[in-house]
Design a protein around this ligand. Sequence first.
Ligand code: NDP
Length: 253
Amino acid sequence: MTNNKIALVTGGSRGLGRDMAINLAKNGNDVVITYHTNKSAADEVVAEIEKFGQTAKALQLDSSDVKTFAGFFSDLKDYLENEKGRESFDFLINNAGTGLYVPFLETTEEQFDEMANIHLKGVYFLTQKAVPLLADGGRIINISSGLSRFSFPNSSAYGAMKGGVDVLTRYLAKELASRKITANVVAPGAIATEFGGGENKTNEQKRAAVAGATALGRVGEPEDIGGVIAFLCSEDSRWINGQRLEVSGGIFL
Ligand code: NDP
């Protein structure tokens, strides 16, 4: 049995989730990350976290496929009980996600469903199934996007789902308050990861457009986000609830 808090970061194998997991560990939390297909990247994050003296575990999850959630939570429960001596965890960070850049008039039903499944339906039901395992006083942080506040061409399906996540989060904050569980949104601006084919890393035209629209004048890096998640899982942020915090260097102000 450990006194450390335990965070579950979906999509913790790469990009923003990786940096969130590492910052949570730096703050003294133990971490469970999930990956979809890239086990070796997840294993590297586990090794990185262990360097900080925290425990880490990587579990496979397809967060777009609700049918698989019962099996995932059974794996998580086994891990918590057998290796952590606990029946609960403390922080759920719904981060996993994929990008799609297609004009509204060309977006297909399949693409829409793909976005809905991973960014809205998956988040909704993963959270529903996670809550019984979440400790009283726990925290839920949903990763949304600047694109739920402003529109940038070719992101209508993605942005609409993130808008749904913003609304869902306010409901979670209200309905889970009897157990003192808080729920907040972190909405990053464009961040240079492999997301959506890595456009924010490699497409110089887009990078210049983003930098030009951002008060602080550059594209974001994963390191701009992870520490914010660690703060939102710390004692100091206990009174923040039902909020959407945009972490973007000030884009489209
Ligand atoms: P990356 O592509 O860098 O990483 C995506 C992560 O999600 C990986 O860990 C990946 O696992 C996992 N993942 C992908 N598909 C699935 C799936 N079907 N089921 C479970 N896990 C999956 O993306 P980012 O780190 O950039 O994005 C993370 C979150 O941040 C997303 O919700 C995204 O919408 C949001 N966001 C990103 C922004 C950006 O500009 N990058 C801006 C605003 C919000 P694996 O390694 O196995 O592939």
